[in-house]
Ligand binder design. Structure first.
Ligand SMILES: C[S@@+](CC[C@H](N)C(=O)[O-])C[C@H]1O[C@@H](n2cnc3c(N)ncnc32)[C@H](O)[C@@H]1O
Length: 261
C-alpha cells in the first residue's frame, strides 16, 4: 500500500466514523445535480456492469411480484427516482401508475422527456423523507428505493418510512450501497491522487457537517455501513426479508405485513 492509498483509507475510515455520529443528508447537493443512472449503465467497464447487474436483481424481484399479482392494477412509488431508470422498468413490467419522487428538478425533467407513457407517471419534486410526514400518507403496492436509501439519513428510519408507504401485502424493494469496496471503486474511477483528495474532502465534510449539524459541504459520500451491518439493520427492520450481498451494495425485497392493531 503506498502513502496516498494509506492516507485515503485512513481519511475514509475517520470520515465514516464521524458521519455515523452525525450524518446530515446532503439534500441541497442532490437538488442541484443530475445523477443519470441510464448514462452509468450505458458506459463500459466494471462500474457499468455493476449498475446493469443491480437493475437485473431488482427486475427479478419486481417480475416475481407482478406475476404473482397478475390481473391487479398496481400503483408504485419510485423514491429518489433520479432520471427514472426504475420508473420506466416498472412501466415496462405493466405497473398501472408510478409516483416518482426526487429533489432534483433537472433529473425529473429528464425522466419526463425519456418516458413514453407520461400519463402513467406523476413526478413529484419533494424530499422523500417528508413523504410520510402527513397523517395518512398514500400507500402503494410497490415501494422501490434504489441506490438512494444510504443518502437519506438513518438507515432504520428510512426503512420504516418505506414500510409505512407500502400497502399490506405490498412489495418493498431496493438496495443500499455499502462501504466495503467503495475505496476500490473510487480508485478505479479516479486514480490514486484524485481518490486521495476525494477522501480528504469527505473527511472535512463529515467533520464540518457533524460540528454544524447541517450539510455545510456537499458530502455526497453516504455509504457508511458495511454489507454485514446493512444486512443486520434490514433484518431488524423487516421480519421476513430476502437479502443479497453484492460487491458494492446489499439488495433486499420484502412483503409488507398488515400494521399491528
Ligand atoms: C444515486 S441516485 C439514484 C437514482 C435512481 N434511484 C437510480 O437508481 O437510477 C440518488 C438519487 O437520490 C436523490 N435524492 C437524494 N436525496 C434525496 C431526498 N432527500 N429526497 C428525494 N430524492 C433524493 C438524488 O437527487 C438522486 O437522484
Amino acid at each position: 500500500m503506498n502513502v496516498l492509498d494509506g492516507g485515503s483509507r485512513t481519511a475514509e475510515y475517520l470520515g465514516r466514523r464521524i458521519a455515523e455520529w452525525r450524518f446530515v443528508p446532503p439534500v441541497d447537493y442532490w437538488a442541484g445535480r443530475i445523477w443519470d443512472g441510464d448514462g452509468f449503465e450505458a458506459a463500459s467497464g466494471d462500474l457499468a456492469r455493476a449498475y446493469q447487474s443491480e437493475r437485473e436483481i431488482i427486475r427479478s424481484s419486481l417480475e416475481d411480484y407482478v406475476t404473482h399479482t397478475r390481473g391487479r392494477r398496481l400503483f408504485a412509488l419510485d423514491a429518489a427516482c433520479g432520471t427514472g431508470r426504475y420508473t420506466r422498468l416498472l412501466l415496462d413490467l405493466g405497473v398501472e401508475h408510478v409516483t416518482s419522487v426526487d429533489v432534483s428538478t433537472a433529473s425529473l425533467e429528464l425522466l419526463r422527456g425519456r418516458t413514453r407513457d407520461a400519463e402513467r407517471v406523476s413526478c413529484v419534486l419533494q424530499d422523500v423523507r417528508l413523504l410520510g410526514a402527513v397523517p395518512d400518507p398514500p400507500t402503494y403496492d410497490i415501494v422501490l428505493c434504489c441506490d438512494a436509501i444510504h443518502h437519506l439519513g438513518d438507515l432504520t428510519e428510512v426503512l420504516h418510512l418505506l414500510r409505512r408507504m407500502a400497502k399490506p401485502g405490498g412489495l418493498i424493494v431496493g438496495d443500499v450501497w455499502t462501504s466495503d469496496n467503495y475505496a476500490e471503486l473510487q480508485a478505479e474511477r479516479r486514480g490514486a491522487t484524485k481518490r486521495f483528495s476525494s477522501s480528504m474532502h469527505f473527511l472535512m465534510a463529515a467533520l464540518l457537517n457533524g460540528l454544524a449539524n447541517r450539510s455545510v459541504m456537499s458530502a455526497s459520500r453516504s455509504q457508511l455501513h458495511t454489507a454485514c451491518e446493512t444486512e443486520r439493520l434490514l433484518r431488524q427492520a423487516f421480519p421476513e426479508v430476502l437479502v443479497r450481498q453484492e460487491k458494492f451494495w446489499v439488495s433486499f425485497s420484502t412483503i409488507a405485513e398488515a400494521p399491528s392493531p
